[in-house]
Design a protein around this ligand. Structure first.
Ligand SMILES: Nc1ncnc2c1ncn2[C@@H]1O[C@H](COP(=O)(O)OP(=O)(O)O)[C@@H](O)[C@H]1O
Ligand SMILES: [Mg+2]
Length: 201
């Protein structure tokens, strides 16, 4: 199997699809694979969880995603919160982060149950996707905003195109934003608990 170029991952609702679609428009020759679309296309589901969300059959999904990567050609960007669950290795990973407040509002708008929003806020606060993806990516970078995403993705693309002689770690955007700061959003979680919330914190 061809190693995918870039994974974009993070908690549902953080803006992965939004940022990745923009990246696809900004750079020609990028092929975006949305893991959720692959799961939908091949119906790799096995029942529903307590909130009515479909549970995926991971081994089958992994196989389907690998097929898509092999077929894709060009620069392959694989997008989804399930990216770290697939056990597929990649060159780069960008973890899109979001403030818990914004995330709660977005998931509410999507009609998620309170218990499911709570689960996702905990995942974001403890950087579940970010912690897990580092095992499968040669280089992982976490970004808080879509502007940071654009700058970091651009550095990675330029590095790939060989326009820069040095390693991507030394690029200004990556040095500036991907320094391992604010991985855990425990302060924000505590603040949410202090100020009152509907998610049981
Ligand atoms: N930087 C942003 N500015 C404005 N809206 C955004 C931004 N990022 C995401 N959104 C909006 O938030 C919602 C969730 O984003 P989405 O990209 O679907 O998240 P994900 O793919 O991580 O689940 C969408 O309605 C999207 O348009
Ligand atoms: Mg998405």
């Amino acid at each position: 199997m061809v190693k995918p170029f870039l994974f974009v991952t993070g908690t549902p609702g953080v803006g992965k699809s939004y940022c990745s679609a923009r990246l696809g428009k900004a750079f020609k020759g990028i092929r975006i694979i949305e893991i959720n679309d692959v799961a939908e296309r091949y119906r790799t589901y096995s029942g529903k969880d307590e909130y009515g969300s479909r549970i995926v059959r991971l081994r089958e999904l992994r196989m389907r995603v690998m097929q898509e990567i092999d077929r894709a050609g060009g620069i392959t960007v694989v997008v989804g919160h399930l990216a770290p669950e697939l056990g597929i290795r990649t060159h780069f990973a960008i973890v899109k982060r979001e403030s818990l407040k914004k995330l709660a509002a977005r998931l509410k708008k999507r009609g998620y149950a309170k218990g499911k929003i709570r689960e996702n806020l905990i995942a974001e606060a403890f950087d579940y996707c970010g912690e897990k993806i580092t095992k499968f990516a040669d280089f992982t970078c976490e970004v808080d905003t879509s502007r940071q995403f654009d700058l970091v993705a651009k550095s990675i693309m330029e590095h790939h195109a060989g326009k820069k002689a040095h390693g991507v770690e030394s690029s200004a955007a990556i040095r500036r934003f991907c320094n391992g700061e604010s991985k855990y959003k425990l302060e924000e979680l505590a603040e949410m608990a202090r100020s009152g919330n509907e998610f049981g914190f």
